[in-house]
Design a protein. Structure first.
Length: 67
């Protein structure tokens, strides 16, 4: 059964991460004075943006190689 979001604003994601990853998250969130969930959300956004940028760069490179 899929949970629905009635507010339409945000969605919740629950995951299990390795202990080392959690320690890094904790250190970073303490340094930036954020909650765990907010820091995780920021890191997910950053990772998605980096992946999209990397994907675009790879497409451009392939296009240039095909010319």
């Amino acid at each position: 059964m899929e949970a629905t979001n009635t507010t339409g604003k945000s969605h919740r994601v629950q995951t299990v991460i390795p202990a080392a990853t959690y320690r890094q998250l904790t250190l970073l969130r303490e340094k930036e004075d954020r909650t765990e969930s907010k820091m995780a959300a920021i890191l997910i956004d950053e990772a998605l943006e980096a992946r999209a940028a990397n994907s675009q760069a790879q497409r451009r490179l392939l296009q240039n190689c095909q010319l």
